[in-house]
Design a protein around this ligand. Sequence first.
Ligand code: ADP
Ligand code: MG
Length: 235
Amino acid sequence: MSLKMSNATLTYPDGRGRLTALDNVDLDVPAGRFVAVTGPSGSGKSSLLAVAGTLITPDSGEVVVGDVAVTGADAKERARIRREQVGFVFQQDNLIPALTAVDQLLLAVDIRGMRRSKHRDEAMSLLDEVGLADSAGRRPHELSGGMRQRVNIARALMGGPSLLLVDEPTSALDTERGRAVVELIARLVRERNLAAVIVSHDLATLGPGLASGVDETIELVDGAIRSRDTHEAAA
Ligand code: ADP
Ligand code: MG
């Protein structure tokens, strides 16, 4: 499954006028590709993820997730696509203090209206995939910042989405731990053939062109794509 945005423009009300958060953005992320979006604060990075993840419908332009043109779909259909195809990782880990790591993942299943008992194996195997098999019973305060972000990533992958959208996951981490989070996402992209977009202003963590890094970097300025760099795989 892939993500395709064509000519997406998004504005917000701003006093008597409108503020342009996204200005004719084109973005093509096929399955298996890991794309970074960088740019200054306020340049539209989070808005781009919200539009890509069907949370916000742009004023104009088209967004296609897999083979569904979500910009033409009704709210119910968009919610279905989001539930079945999209995993979000936000900057704050949004973990619930009282819940163990495995229960954080199962809560995501509850919310999606799926049967929890059927998903315990999936939750355990995802925790294993992110290197937390031994921490399934730990609560957030018993985990480091990097581990909490890995729980967050595992949770986003419950139910097997094909599109992973990650907003500044490393901003609270030092470079080494941030780099480890990006490496983990890169591995999951390859192993699960995900289409993935990561927002980050922390270029040192992105590993452009490495097998353990991003395949492409896009720079947003004032809602428009200013530059686009495709990185040759170092292979
Ligand atoms: P970034 O993630 O790059 O910091 P955002 O996408 O959050 O940028 O914001 C882009 C612009 O849109 C900013 O000027 C921001 O203030 C504005 N903005 C974001 N969300 C809203 C909103 N819900 N209503 C009005 N303006 C918003
Ligand atoms: Mg943002």
